[in-house]
Design a protein around this ligand. Structure first.
Ligand SMILES: NC(=O)c1ccc[n+]([C@@H]2O[C@H](COP(=O)([O-])OP(=O)(O)OC[C@H]3O[C@@H](n4cnc5c(N)ncnc54)[C@H](OP(=O)(O)O)[C@@H]3O)[C@@H](O)[C@H]2O)c1
Length: 324
């Protein structure tokens, strides 16, 4: 079946529609997993300094690149400006250079502002908190000033493309009104229970490619919530009866149906797995097609239910740019 496996970005570059997510995997786990993901054939890797595994990923990439098994031009690497840098335009280049040093790369393919809100950190880089444990936010965030610095990174060849993550239409519009380089990508939580049709339509009209994070429901977020003392029942997307029935119909797994539904909409997807069998499964989604009726059935499951609502960062909801 001929299938679009790349998305064309608004700057003429391409991004593989399927990528590999790396959140909530230790350095040990991710060292094995990224190597396995490259063996399985993933070429698009999504990371961020807050995942605390860029160094481990950098070691794997360096081995693959220096052995000649892979060329830099075959990879699409995304990383993100962390929330503690998101209020300080003067820190933008420093933050990317730190990620590049850890990843052992000269450039990334995509640099995203991770969140529209900002937290305050101490000298050790740890989040500052009030006595009750809630995080201290920095309300002085200026997205327009920040974006100017992001544009400078492209001019310096430190990243090929720039974008945003977890931003609202209003926040993206503010950047677009004054920018020289349009955001190429918006990365957001996106799955059958959180479809955000207005945001998706807006991105289509603004020619901004969308990447879906937590497409399988991000099981690990439950443990973060627990650590933060947040009681929250989260759904298991793999157990949804409609998903199970469609999977059976195509002789595919529930995860494959959830991912296929996303790429069939022209949205990029970055499932995370540290299990080689599941990595292969998540990649094997281009040899079947959901019918229009099946797509519709899954569209109808939208419940506006956000799984990664950042409640594990108690206090960030007080930031004036908190998006949810
Ligand atoms: N921009 C942002 O703010 C943001 C926020 C969240 C995530 N992200 C990015 O998006 C990526 C994906 O999101 P996510 O990690 O939250 O969640 P996800 O990809 O929806 O789900 C990952 C979970 O699903 C399990 N899993 C993976 N494949 C499976 C399969 N075929 N069958 C059954 N279970 C499967 C994984 O376990 P195993 O590892 O054991 O397979 C893991 O527990 C992240 O890793 C990160 O790169 C970005």
């Amino acid at each position: 079946m001929s299938e679009q496996k790349y998305l064309n970005l608004n700057n003429g570059l391409q991004m593989p529609i399927l990528g590999y997510g790396t959140w909530m995997a230790s350095e040990e786990e991710i060292t094995v997993a990224v190597s396995d993901a490259l063996k399985v054939g993933y070429r698009h890797i999504d990371t961020a300094p807050v995942y605390l595994n860029e160094k481990a990923i950098g070691n794997v990439l360096s081995k693959w690149l220096s052995s000649g098994k892979i060329k830099r031009s075959e990879l699409f690497i995304t990383t993100k400006l962390p929330p503690p840098g998101a209020d300080r335009p003067d820190l933008v280049e420093f933050m990317l250079r730190k990620s590049l040093a850890d990843l052992q790369l000269d450039y990334v393919d995509l640099y995203l502002i991770h969140t529209p809100f900002t937290v305050v950190v101490d000298e050790k880089g740890e989040f500052k908190r009030y006595e009750d444990g809630t995080i201290i936010v920095d309300p002085s965030t200026d997205h327009v000033a920040l974006w100017k610095e992001m544009e400078g990174l492209v001019a310096k060849g430190l990243t090929k493309s720039i974008g945003i993550s977890n931003f609202t239409v209003k926040q993206i519009e503010r950047i677009r009104q004054s920018c020289n380089i349009q955001p190429a990508v918006l990365q957001i939580e996106y799955h059958i229970y959180l479809q955000q049709p207005q945001l998706i339509d807006y991105c289509k009209s603004a020619n901004i490619a969308v990447t879906a994070y937590s497409p399988l429901g991000s099981k690990g977020v439950g443990s973060l919530n627990k650590m933060a003392g947040v009681e929250r029942e989260l759904p298991d997307l793999l157990e949804v009866p409609e998903v199970k029935a469609i999977a059976q119909n195509h002789n595919k797994s529930e995860a494959q149906v959830l991912l296929r539904w996303i790429v069939q909409k022209g949205i990029s997807v970055i499932p995370k797995s540290t299990n080689t069998k599941r990595m292969r499964e998540n990649k094997d989604i281009f040899d079947f097609k959901l019918s229009a009726a099946e797509i519709e059935q899954l569209n109808n499951l939208d419940a506006n239910l956000r799984i990664v609502n950042f409640s594990f960062f108690k206090g960030v909801e007080k930031h004036p740019e908190f998006p949810f």
